[in-house]
Design a protein around this ligand. Sequence first.
Ligand SMILES: *[C@@H]1O[C@H](CO)[C@@H](O)[C@H](O)[C@H]1NC(C)=O
Ligand SMILES: *[C@@H]1O[C@H](CO)[C@@H](O)[C@H](O)[C@H]1NC(C)=O
Ligand SMILES: *[C@@H]1O[C@H](CO)[C@@H](O)[C@H](O)[C@H]1NC(C)=O
Length: 327
Amino acid sequence: MCKWRGAFCYLDLLMSPLAHMVGYDPKLASVLRNACMKDKTVIITTLNDAWAEPGSIFDLFLESFRLGNQTKKFLNHLVVITWDQKAHARCLALHKHCYQVETKGDNFTGEAFFMTADYLHMMWRRIEFLGTVLDMGYNFVFTDTDIMWLRDPFKQFYKDTDFQIACDFFNGNSYDLNNHPNGGFNYVKSNKRTILFYKFWFNSRNAYPKLHDQDVLNKIKKDSFVSNMKLKVRFLSTSYFGGFCQHAEDFNKVSTMHANCCVGLENKVNDLKILLEDWKKYVALPESKKNQSHPSWSVSCRTSFERAKQKKQKNKGRLRRALVVTV
Ligand SMILES: *[C@@H]1O[C@H](CO)[C@@H](O)[C@H](O)[C@H]1NC(C)=O
Ligand SMILES: *[C@@H]1O[C@H](CO)[C@@H](O)[C@H](O)[C@H]1NC(C)=O
Ligand SMILES: *[C@@H]1O[C@H](CO)[C@@H](O)[C@H](O)[C@H]1NC(C)=O
């Protein structure tokens, strides 16, 4: 009935009183303690081997903290969760807070293609893991590794909110549950409501076995269970937390940019390189010019994403659902 899964044992029951008696991995406790900010907040990303290769996404991710405006300090609070030995070795070579999740039999080494069984499994492990972090009393900012940190996001986060999440497409109303969230970036405070919410979210995978964690989030966000627990949810504006789906247009405002609406590792790497070049050019402008010149991002992966989507739609639409939801 109870299976050991990495750091924590989850019964398939909500709010299991036994869970606390089982205990946490002391290694994880130590990594979180060393990386957290004064208010027990950590920044978390997850990494597998394909993204950790030299010159790939992980390098660009770390680079963005150095190129961003006053984002370098956040590297001290960044915990990199690795899924395999190779990614772990690479993390240790470049970064000080790395934690390898026990995977026993799982093999996340290769590029996990979107919506394959491996991919789904990996995404659910992530939700489970983040629930554990909340349970241990830590707040977190979860960030996908293909998100570039250009400015301090804490300046833009909403106050007094349990769960705030970035969007592929933002409709202008941060309270509107019809916004299209992207699970690749969120800021979650540890409290009774969020701990319960993550358990509910993780357990909901059984009700929707073929769906992605993000799709399930879209299913459960209006569930009466969630509204009854009074979880304070808000959606982050793409003006600050943008991506390739919807750009953060104004370089004077952008906090983060995500390589969403972009398929394929190589395409992502190319466009993220271009994006960092655009940013460097902007940063090099004299202060007086920064607000007057109106640069735009020269990324183009979105078009390949659209083309792939159209092609797939013609092909009987089998993968359509997969592509409508973005990575
Ligand atoms: C970087 O941040 C500092 C302090 O907030 C600010 O004075 C400066 O204008 C910022 N530069 C850019 C490029 O945003
Ligand atoms: C994991 O998968 C990779 C290819 O995706 C393979 O080369 C490797 O041998 C596998 N490792 C294990 C332990 O099965
Ligand atoms: C530049 O623009 C940003 C956002 O558009 C604004 O917050 C900032 O105050 C402006 N700075 C100056 C010096 O006008």
